[in-house]
Design a binder for this molecule. Structure first.
Ligand SMILES: [Zn+2]
Length: 336
């Protein structure tokens, strides 16, 4: 019986047995349908009695136009002998109910807001070899359009060239593009960073900035804005490591939390920061408070999610269907 053993040797051995049917012994588990801008938990499940891949697994999305997302390093999920057939597989969400596979590796992948719609394919690799795939329906989402009129002071913050801004942008991008395969901090689902959902701007808003000079600029809103008074507590939506807590010209007091390899949540325009870089925060722990620092027209929290650099809808992580059971993973991750 073919085993889902990752690695070129095993694959070549399988290929040598030309008469044997191609049964990799493993399967990619993903939601049947996702939308543009969704963060998506995907996993590589191993059928009962099969071996786990021996080498690191990566998961990616192949889009209908043939382009492919960056490969996300997957992390191990422990084998569970007590898993009930028909029950959800951790990391795959309640919508995935395969008859027997056990999730072995999982990762969060991000669908860009402008991803081509149609039949996309989630691909699992190990040691660069394609192990298994599964199709999912990638659906179109419509985005709001809005125009923001900026006064002279805000125009200066956004549009005036400033080497300090360039330096800050370089550092910010470097942080968000860091993918540390060992950075597995999340140990449960995500919860909202503040209580209430008074949104003053939505994820994916197509924004036109009208500058005081008369010119304008276009951008896509990469996060969600929640309008709440200055001082409203902001908490970590899930366990993670603080990788930035600093004042920036455009985003004001800014906190970035790393949750999984290449997966970050961002908190902007804070009035106060309660954390320091390097600190591990638990879900619900205070990060700071709502404010209006940086490029801001009033007190609000800008909450953002980046997955391998791709801005995704953070609220899509709050849906029960996207909520993995990370608690069962931790013993294996920690080697216990
Ligand atoms: Zn915003």
């Amino acid at each position: 019986m073919a085993a889902c053993i990752a690695g070129a040797h095993a694959i070549r051995a399988q290929e040598a047995q030309a008469a044997a049917p191609a049964d990799p012994g493993c399967a990619v588990v993903a939601p049947a349908a996702v939308r543009q801008g969704d963060p998506v938990f995907v996993s590589l499940a191993v059928r009962s009695g099969q071996s786990l891949p021996a080498l690191p697994v990566e998961l990616s999305i192949r889009y209908p136009d043939g382009s492919e997302s960056p490969r996300a390093p997957a992390h191990r999920v422990p084998r569970r002998t007590d898993r009930v057939p028909g029950e959800p597989v951790p990391g795959a969400g309640p919508s995935a109910r395969p008859s027997s596979p056990r999730a072995a590796w999982m990762a969060l992948v991000g669908v860009p807001t402008d991803a081509p719609v149609g039949t996309a394919t989630v691909v699992a690799y190990s040691a660069g070899v394609e192990l298994a795939t599964v199709d999912m329906d990638l659906r179109k989402r419509t985005w709001n359009k809005e125009t923001l009129v900026l006064n002279a002071a805000l125009t200066r913050i956004r549009a005036q060239p400033d080497p300090r801004k360039d330096e800050q942008a370089e550092h910010y991008n470097a942080v968000l593009l860091t993918v540390d395969p060992g950075a597995v901090y999340l140990d449960g689902g995500f919860s909202a960073p503040l209580s209430g959902n008074r949104r003053t701007a939505f994820f994916g808003d197509q924004r036109t900035y009208k500058y005081s000079s008369g010119t304008s600029a276009y951008s896509v809103h990469a996060g969600i804005d929640y309008g709440y008074p200055t001082g409203t507590p902001v908490s970590a939506p899930g366990r993670g490591k603080v990788v930035m807590a600093e004042e920036r010209i455009t985003t004001g007091l800014t906190v970035i939390v790393e949750h999984l390899p290449g997966v970050y949540t961002i908190y902007m325009h804070l009035s106060r920061m309660d954390v320091l870089p390097g600190q591990i925060v638990e879900r619900g722990q205070s990060l700071g408070a709502v404010g209006s620092t940086g490029l801001s027209t009033g007190p609000h929290l800008h909450w953002e999610l980046r997955v391998l650099g791709v801005a995704c809808d953070p609220e899509a992580l709050l849906g029960i269907d996207k909520m993995p059971d990370f608690r069962t993973m931790m013993p294996a991750i920690e080697g216990r």
